[in-house]
Design a protein around this ligand. Structure first.
Ligand SMILES: CC(C)(COP(=O)(O)OP(=O)(O)OC[C@H]1O[C@@H](n2cnc3c(N)ncnc32)[C@H](O)[C@@H]1OP(=O)(O)O)[C@@H](O)C(=O)NCCC(=O)NCCS
Length: 165
């Protein structure tokens, strides 16, 4: 089942879903698998003072998180969005789940107004580069923080090109 968390249900449902993520992160040594940082990121993207539009897609089977991705609007004036933290449970990698969850998220994004969608990937993360290239992202020729100031340094900046709605 796909679960969407957005500004309507984040406050009421976040604890349940963060617990699912925590279980998966506990078995993973990847630096992305840091529950405190991840929760901080979620609190940031769903924080009402920023009035950000954001959503988090989770693929859950039998109460286990299989894969997830989140999106947020970082520049509401220009409707520029960023895709952040694509993650698949280690036990379920290379089975196409990140591709499925990403496609689902990109389709859900059509409900919102957006002009640009970016993401950043470390140049050593071949799995993530392949995943995003297969799903309509192209390397911009710039780093992530050059595409939009404030994003992490030393990541290749990718731009989504499939804007057919
Ligand atoms: C990146 C990540 C989300 C991919 O998840 P996944 O569910 O295994 O991805 P998919 O099975 O949908 O694979 C997507 C494509 O990437 C390729 N791929 C996946 N893992 C790969 C690997 N380790 N090496 C090379 N290619 C890989 C797949 O072959 C597939 O392409 P194909 O359909 O042509 O075969 C997963 O490896 C992960 O969670 N990594 C840790 C967190 C992370 O780095 N996130 C991204 C941050 S930018």
């Amino acid at each position: 089942m796909y679960k969407i968390i957005d500004n309507n249900n984040f406050k009421t449902e976040k604890d349940k879903y963060i617990t699912l993520v925590e279980k998966v992160f506990a078995n993973d040594s990847d630096k992305i698998a840091n529950i405190l940082e991840f929760e901080k990121h979620l609190n940031y993207i769903f924080a009402s003072p920023y009035n950000n539009q954001a959503f988090w897609v989770l693929l859950i089977v039998n109460e286990t998180l299989i894969s997830m991705v989140n999106f947020f609007e970082y520049d509401s004036l220009n409707h520029d969005w960023c895709l952040f933290t694509t993650f698949t449970n280690k036990k379920y990698r290379c089975k196409g789940y990140a591709g499925k969850v990403l496609k689902y998220g990109l389709n859900h994004l059509k409900r919102y107004q957006y002009n640009k969608l970016i993401c950043g990937i470390e140049n050593t993360n071949i799995a993530s580069i392949k995943l995003h290239e297969k799903n309509g992202f192209v390397y911009s020729g710039y780093d992530w923080d050059e595409l939009a100031p404030g994003f992490p340094k030393n990541h290749l900046g990718f731009i989504y090109k499939n804007f057919n709605r």
